[in-house]
Design a protein around this ligand. Structure first.
Ligand SMILES: *Cc1c(COP(=O)(O)O)cnc(C)c1O
Length: 392
C-alpha cells in the first residue's frame, strides 16, 4: 500500500465512504445506489447533448419532441418487461419514499382500511411505518430480536380483509430477494417495491396478482429523480381526498403523465437504459448475468472457510443484486485494510452510509450497470486479500 502517512487512518477518504479512488485509477463502482450506469448507456447520454434535436434536459415537457421521448420510453419498458395492457405506466416524483405514502393514499380512500405489509428488511419496515399514517397496517415480519433480517416471514394465513399485500422483492440493505413472486392465498393484489431488482427478472403480472409495482430509477434503470410506477387499471379512481396531486396515480394518468413537470432528462435516461437492455438480450440476459455475478461472490464467500461470511445462509433467498459480506467476522483492522486496499485498486462503494447506518456488513451491489468483468475484478481482489491475510 502507498497510503499517505500524514492522513490518520480513520480520516482516510476510503473509510469515510469516498467513491473517488486515487488519481489515475479507474473507479469500479459497487455502490448500492445511485450507482454507475452501463458504459454504453453513459456514452449515449453524452451524445444527447450533441444530438440534432434539443437534449431532453432542456426540452419543454409538453413539446411534441418530449412527448415522443416519453411514449417511446414507456413502450420500451412495456416490451422489455412484458407488461400487459391492463396496466398503466407512470413516472412519479419523490423516489421510493414518495411511493411509501402514495400506495396507501391511492388505495385506501377512508384511511382506516387494512393493508398487510410483509416486512423482510429495512426498506419494507420503513414503508410500513410511513403507510401507517394513511391506513391500518398489519405486519407479517421476520425481524430477528436483534433487529436483523435473515429470512422471509410466512406468506400463509394473511388477513383476507387486506386491501393489498405489500412486499419488497429485493431488500437492498439486508440482501434478501424473492426470485419469484409468491402466490398468496387471499384475493388482495400485491404491491411491490422493486426499486433494486426491476428489469433483472421476469414478472408474472397477472398470474401473481400484481396490483402496483414501482421502482426508483437509481439502481437498475437510471439515476435518481424518476420513479417508475406500474398500476393495474382496476385499482384507479379510489384515492383518498387527501392524496396530493403529485402522488395521485389517477390524476397523473388522466393528464398523460404531464400533470406537472415530469423529470424530462431522467425519463429519457431510463429509456436509453431500456433500449440497451433489449439490445443485450432483455430481462432474461440481465437475469443470467445477475446469477453469474452473484454466484461468483457467494461461492468465494462460502468456500473461504469463514474468512468471509454473509448473513443470509438460505441460498434460495440470497440477493443477486446486493451481496452483504464481512471480513474475518467483522474484525475492524482487517476490514479497514480491505477497504483501503480495494480503494487503491479503484474498487469503491462497498461500505456506504444508509439511513440505517453503515451496518455490520459491507455490500457488493451488482446492478445492470456492473459488468461481469468488473465483478470478476472484485472477486479476484477478494481472493488475493484472503490468501494474504488468512491465518490457517
Ligand atoms: C433505494 C431504495 C429505496 C429508496 O428510494 P428513494 O428513491 O431513496 O426514496 C426504497 N426501496 C428500496 C428497495 C430501495 O432499494
Amino acid at each position: 500500500m502507498h497510503l499517505d502517512s500524514s492522513i490518520a487512518v480513520d480520516q482516510h477518504p476510503a473509510l469515510l465512504g469516498s467513491l473517488v479512488p486515487p488519481k489515475g485509477v479507474k473507479p469500479l463502482n459497487f455502490s448500492p445506489g445511485p450507482t454507475s450506469l452501463a458504459a454504453d448507456v453513459e456514452a449515449e447520454i453524452k451524445s444527447l447533448f450533441d444530438a440534432e434535436r434539443m437534449c431532453s434536459m432542456y426540452l419543454s415537457h409538453r413539446s411534441p419532441e418530449f412527448v415522443d421521448i416519453l411514449h417511446n420510453t414507456v413502450k420500451q419498458f412495456r416490451i422489455a418487461m412484458d407488461i400487459p395492457d391492463q396496466y398503466e405506466i407512470l413516472y412519479m416524483h419523490g423516489g421510493g419514499h414518495g411511493q411509501f405514502a402514495a400506495v396507501p393514499l391511492n388505495l385506501c380512500p377512508q384511511g382506516n382500511e387494512k393493508a398487510t405489509y410483509i416486512v423482510n428488511g429495512t426498506w419494507s419496515k420503513r414503508a410500513a411505518s410511513e403507510a401507517s399514517k394513511y391506513c391500518n397496517v398489519v405486519t407479517a415480519s421476520s425481524e430477528n430480536p436483534d433487529g436483523t433480517f435473515t429470512s422471509n416471514p410466512s406468506f400463509e394465513n394473511l388477513d383476507p380483509e387486506s386491501k393489498y399485500v405489500y412486499l419488497c422483492s429485493n431488500e437492498t440493505v439486508n440482501g434478501i430477494e424473492l426470485h419469484q413472486l409468491p402466490k398468496l392465498g387471499i384475493d388482495a393484489p400485491l404491491v411491490i417495491d422493486a426499486s433494486s431488482d426491476f428489469t433483472t427478472k421476469h414478472i408474472d403480472w397477472l398470474g401473481a396478482n400484481v396490483g402496483i409495482l414501482y421502482a426508483c430509477a437509481s439502481k437498475n434503470i437510471g439515476h435518481p429523480g424518476a420513479t417508475m410506477c406500474i398500476i393495474r387499471k382496476d385499482l384507479l379512481g379510489n384515492s383518498s381526498k387527501f392524496c396530493p396531486g403529485v402522488l395521485c396515480y389517477t390524476t397523473n394518468i388522466k393528464e398523460g403523465n404531464l400533470w406537472n413537470t415530469i423529470a424530462t432528462f431522467n425519463v429519457e435516461v431510463t429509456g436509453i437504459y431500456a433500449k440497451w437492455l433489449l439490445a443485450q438480450g432483455g430481462v432474461q440476459e440481465m437475469e443470467r448475468r445477475a446469477i453469474i455475478k452473484s454466484d461468483r461472490l457467494y461461492k468465494l464467500i462460502d468456500q473461504s472457510n469463514g474468512f468471509y461470511s454473509t448473513p443470509i445462509t438460505d441460498h434460495a433467498i440470497r440477493s443477486r443484486m446486493n451481496v452483504p459480506f464481512d471480513v474475518a467476522g467483522g474484525d475492524a483492522s482487517l476490514t479497514n485494510d480491505f477497504i483501503l486496499q480495494a480503494w487503491e485498486k479503484g474498487i469503491v462503494g462497498l461500505r456506504t452510509l444508509t439511513p440505517f447506518g453503515t451496518g455490520k456488513y459491507m455490500r457488493a451491489s451488482l446492478y445492470n450497470g456492473v459488468s461481469v468483468e468488473n465483478t470478476g475484478i472484485l472477486a479476484s481482489f477478494m481472493e488475493a486479500f484472503m490468501n494474504a491475510n488468512k491465518t490457517k
